[in-house]
Design a protein around this ligand. Structure first.
Ligand code: AVJ
Length: 331
């Protein structure tokens, strides 16, 4: 009966790493990020506690934030034909997992009586538990399981592929640095068997004004989302940030083809993060980078897939070419 806390036991939700290890990893990543100069950084995966996940859900419904509704429309039109081409037995998803989009694929798989398993990899454990329970109730014929972890370090926890369609939607691939994409695609290829597929949602290079508006919404939800990372540090690392000391900033860098989100100190700030063993001093106007959201073209994305063992098989966009679904096939 005695089991180490956090040890993974077979069950619907398994942890890629024990809770204490996850906290130690967070402490290290935050310490290393904040030590960077000239620009201190925080890993954007720490936006997503319960409040952060709820704020992101709100972002997806903003008039300025075209990504979610555009990708949904693409998948509503094409999920069937993707399932037709891939013939998966198992659906795997990195991040989210609760939403409407995964169901388009599950319904198409069910209609072909091919649905055997679902596996979700998600960083927010509470959110993951809910998603697993909901999907299991709606798709009783499938074995639904979840793994808590992040998609950079914990992909291997998905286990070996074979009949797998792996989804990575919402343009979240844009949160990785472009230099890290080749290694990421190789690690995705490692959890796929030849013939398996990887569907990646990609936000496209476009009019900078459109991008700017999507990350500077009039209602200020993105600003709240950005500031939430400080609350997460306060809660999980015992930090003493006052979110009121910072303001939201997001801008498009046309050379790098990415959106950067930053938090700018409104006044001189000193914060202590005891659990990370670090403190941070910023002068007024100094900034912390909290997120990269990289935008791609077909060519710039494909160049980073090259050599990974995956090949671009289909590139589906909306009529306005705002967003793309890239279907990659494991060779
Ligand atoms: C989760 C990567 C899709 O970069 O657009 C939304 C997160 N950040 N508004 C993105 C986000 C600011 C989002 N993704």
């Amino acid at each position: 009966m005695s089991q180490a806390p956090g040890a993974s036991r077979p069950g619907p939700v398994q942890r890629a790493r024990a809770a204490e290890e996850a906290r130690a990893t967070m402490a290290r990543e935050v310490r290393e990020g904040l030590a960077r100069r000239p620009l201190p950084e925080l890993p954007c995966k720490y936006f997503y506690d319960e409040r952060g996940s709820a704020l992101f859900e709100q972002i997806t419904r903003l008039p300025e934030y075209y990504q979610t509704r555009t990708e949904t429309a693409i998948l509503e039109a094409h999920a069937e034909s993707i399932v037709e081409a891939v013939v998966p037995r198992e659906l795997a998803e990195l991040g989210s997992g609760a939403g409407h989009k995964i169901r388009l694929f599950l319904d198409a798989m069910r209609a072909r009586r091919r649905l055997e398993g679902v596996v979700l990899l998600e960083i927010n454990e509470a959110y993951l538990r809910e998603s697993v329970a909901r999907l299991q109730a709606d798709f009783p014929e499938a074995r639904v399981r979840g793994v808590t972890g992040d998609f950079v370090h914990d992909l291997a926890a998905l286990g070996p592929g074979g009949g797998r369609l792996l989804l990575f939607l919402a343009g979240t691939v844009g949160n990785l640095h472009p230099d890290d994409l080749p290694a990421f695609f190789r690690s995705a290829a490692a959890v796929l068997a030849p013939g398996d597929a990887f569907l990646v949602g990609v936000d496209l290079v476009k009019d900078p004004a459109r991008l700017h508006a999507a990350y500077n919404d009039a209602a200020g939800v993105t600003a709240e989302f950005n500031l939430n990372i400080l609350r997460v540090l306060n809660q999980r690392l015992g930090a003493d940030f006052d979110p009121g000391d910072f303001e939201h900033r997001a801008f498009y860098d046309p050379q790098r083809q990415w959106i950067e989100m930053r938090l700018r100190a409104r006044r001189p700030v000193t914060a202590h993060l005891p659990a990370a063993g670090v403190s941070l001093s910023l002068a007024q106007g100094e900034e912390i980078r909290t997120e990269l959201s990289c935008k791609y073209t077909r060519e710039s994305l494909e160049s980073r897939v090259e050599g990974s063992g995956l090949v671009l098989e289909r590139w589906i966009t909306d009529a306005g070419e705002l967003f793309a679904s890239a279907l990659l096939r494991r060779r």
